[in-house]
Design a protein around this ligand. Structure first.
Ligand code: CP
Ligand code: NVA
Length: 332
């Protein structure tokens, strides 16, 4: 009788790590809010919620990837949350604080960095510096705040609004203050997902006309965008009242002059009371208590400013995953 064939012992099943597949950002950069299509914006937020719920699932997603953080201006939240996000996703980073484009041209800096790292995160004075880095680098460039935009902040803010209200569509956010970077990004991103936006700004501190026109063009059907110099009109019916410093980084020399224009725009308890009864208070931070807002508002139950700050970490993880994970550096 023929010997029965010797069968190899069954190999114990070894669970392969889950294959993580992320939607890609077609523009390959986040230079400004419009670089995300509405589908990509929705996907970043969905991923931000998922990453926040189960951070451990993503701890190797950026293994072997390195980013350069180039900051011309100070930062607490943006810089530290990017550094933490990269580390917690298994990647690494290097950073430099100082002017970009003074010691050598931006186009030369970009072509150095792209040979060392898989992505560049830049906080700049001028939007043209972000655009120049993106134009000359083959790796993704992320705007970590410029004079015109702060798209990373708004990703976290929209995540926070969604956590608080369960939706973005139909929620009214009133921004009171300077019509610059944070206001621009909020009006460009939120209304695309159906959020209503109102800006109450002092005369002389209007938002950029081209940005307003673009925001109106991109807004979802039914999403309203209102620009006014009347802060009470702006907060009427608002679910969230948002403010920012009166003098942005680089404008410190204007701080004294600005006070007289911005005083009527302070977000104090009386102004918040003119919004909806359950309205929340939002601020990108850092806040100057006694100027754009008060200690009472910052510390009130309605204040969700630290939840916004927390979500910077999660939203930026989602952004990095969609720009970088799985396929190495984005090549143009
Ligand atoms: N909100 C924000 O961008 O904070 P930092 O300036 O501390 O990064
Ligand atoms: N508008 C502010 C935002 C800081 C996060 C600035 O540009 O300084």
């Amino acid at each position: 009788m023929a010997a029965s064939p010797v069968r190899p012992a069954p190999v114990a099943a070894v669970a392969a790590p889950p294959l993580l597949v992320f939607p890609r950002i077609a523009a390959g950069h986040l230079r400004r809010d419009q670089d995300l299509t509405v589908t990509e914006l929705r996907a970043v937020l969905d991923l931000a919620h998922a990453v926040k719920a189960k951070p451990q699932d993503y701890r190797h997603a950026l293994a072997g990837q390195y980013l350069a953080l180039m900051f011309e201006k100070p930062s607490l939240r943006t810089r530290l949350t990017f550094e933490l996000a990269i580390q917690q996703l298994g990647g690494g980073s290097v950073s430099q604080v100082g002017p970009i484009g003074e010691r050598e041209p931006v186009k030369d800096i970009a072509r150095n960095l792209e040979r060392w790292v898989n992505g560049i995160i830049a906080r700049t004075f001028l939007q043209e510096t972000v655009d120049g880095l993106a134009e000359w680098s083959d790796v993704p460039v992320v705007n970590a705040l410029s004079d015109l935009y702060h798209p990373c902040q708004i990703l976290a803010d929209l995540q926070t609004v969604e956590e608080r209200f369960g939706r973005i569509k139909g929620i009214k956010v009133a921004f009171i203050g300077d019509g610059n970077n944070v206001a621009h990004s909020l009006m460009l991103a939120g209304p695309r997902l159906g959020m209503h936006f109102a800006l109450g700004h002092p005369v002389g501190y209007e938002p950029d006309d081209a940005v307003v026109a673009e925001a109106k063009k991109l807004a979802a059907p039914g999403a309203k965008i209102k620009i006014t110099t009347d802060p009470e009109e702006a907060v009427h019916g608002a679910d969230a009242v948002y403010t920012d410093v009166w003098a942005s980084m680089g404008q410190e020399h204007e701080a004294f002059e600005r006070i007289k224009h911005f005083e009527p725009y302070r977000v104090d308890e009386a102004l918040v009371a003119k919004a909806k009864p359950k309205a929340v208070f939002m601020h990108c931070l850092p806040a100057k208590r006694g100027q754009e807002t008060t200690d009472a508002v910052m510390e009130s139950k309605q204040s969700i400013v630290f939840q916004e700050a927390e979500n910077r970490l999660h939203a930026q993880k989602a952004l990095l995953l969609m720009l970088l994970a799985g396929q190495g550096a984005q090549r143009k």
